[in-house]
Ligand binder design. Sequence first.
Ligand SMILES: *[C@@H]1O[C@H](CO)[C@@H](O)[C@H](O)[C@H]1NC(C)=O
Ligand SMILES: *[C@@H]1O[C@H](CO)[C@@H](O)[C@H](O)[C@H]1NC(C)=O
Ligand SMILES: *[C@@H]1O[C@H](CO)[C@@H](O)[C@H](O)[C@H]1NC(C)=O
Ligand SMILES: *[C@@H]1O[C@H](CO)[C@@H](O)[C@H](O)[C@H]1NC(C)=O
Length: 395
Amino acid sequence: MWIVFIFYTSFSTSILVNTVRGNEACPKFIPGPLRLGNLEFGIHMKTSCFRSLYGISITECATECLLRKSRCKSVNYWRISLKCQLCQNMTGGDNMGPSNGGVHSDISTWSQSFASSCSEKNCGYLERCMPNRAADPSNKNVCDVSECPLPEIKPGTAIEQETGVGVTLRYTCINQRLKYTGNPFITCQSGGNWTGSDFACDPYELVFQITPGVGGDVYEAWMHGGSFTTNSDKNCQTLGKNPSCKFHFRSSILDRWSVEVKPKVKVGIYKTGQEVHNITFKAVGSDLESWFSRPNVLNTTYTGILRTDNFNFFSVIGITNANHLRRFYISKSFNDCPGDFGWMMVIVKSDTYPCEYDHHDSLPAIIYVDKQEGGLIKSEWKLADALGIFIYHEL
Ligand SMILES: *[C@@H]1O[C@H](CO)[C@@H](O)[C@H](O)[C@H]1NC(C)=O
Ligand SMILES: *[C@@H]1O[C@H](CO)[C@@H](O)[C@H](O)[C@H]1NC(C)=O
Ligand SMILES: *[C@@H]1O[C@H](CO)[C@@H](O)[C@H](O)[C@H]1NC(C)=O
Ligand SMILES: *[C@@H]1O[C@H](CO)[C@@H](O)[C@H](O)[C@H]1NC(C)=O
């Protein structure tokens, strides 16, 4: 099968040669001996390939490579699908891998003459030489921009390595659980440049969101889930106010905390579509409760927290009293009710209304102080639309 195939491609090559030799418009061009390059069976180059071409022979594939001699250094070829790939790197090194039915060839082993008159022409890096057989000796060959550079790999993204002019590619996040911002599409323009892209994967994955007013003890919901939580309802996974969400969102990742949670965890407070405050915690080696503590705070918009050493509460569990529950509680000190100083809490139960600010028409209620330095809860508190907790992924 292979012998027949190579005979066939050699035959088509000799037709090409005759055509070139018969071209009176290029009197100075004397083709050298035509030599097929080395074919390495069962391997291919995995990276640096910038262009795929279909329905051509291996000789035509090598010729396409030679027509882009500033860039193309080797080719992959699959004889069943007649697929040709042009690659930037020379054969060898870590870039090679096994390939069922594939052939690889280093272009330096092929005769330049396959490119006919273009073998004498130096086109630019993104250009392909077009052998011009029109009877104009002064304009023998034309260089045309035919590809863009390999697309930029943004952190944590994957994108096809296919760069022909006119092609549109799409960025995706390698970790498919991550959300992204920006436009994922880029198009290779006729000038050999890509349209710009502001695409970026968001390294913070939402794993918990408290929805005010839907009931339930958010401490229990955080620790164990239960009937007040959902791990799938999409309505509960968009940040901020969400009237169609009737649950707290709790990702099943929380059941694998020690495995999934590596460097950092973030808490965000949301109001009218904006993140108004955030706290980032070190989470290495932590469990579901221990990460939420002052020594683990890495950075926060609440600068007062960074300047405070003593808190009467800084914990997920907060105040646990039969009639009175405050969770995700960060408080510096008490002084009756009017003098209570702190930053945030989630009121879950307030049967005895210990303080005015504990009383809400619907629970849970997320209350926070807007001031960075913290403040007196009684006079400063505001109601948040949501509280989100995120785990950070290294991109
Ligand atoms: C090409 O090869 C060089 C040297 O081995 C390597 O550093 C580079 O990453 C390769 N390029 C691509 C796009 O794979
Ligand atoms: C691409 O190049 C053309 C011509 O050089 C230029 O007009 C255009 O602004 C460039 N586009 C981008 C996105 O860089
Ligand atoms: C925290 O909020 C500040 C101010 O809005 C913002 O610049 C920063 O990126 C946020 N941090 C994280 C980890 O989202
Ligand atoms: C918090 O992060 C922001 C943005 O990265 C940085 O400008 C600021 O200095 C950090 N603050 C602290 C206290 O680490």
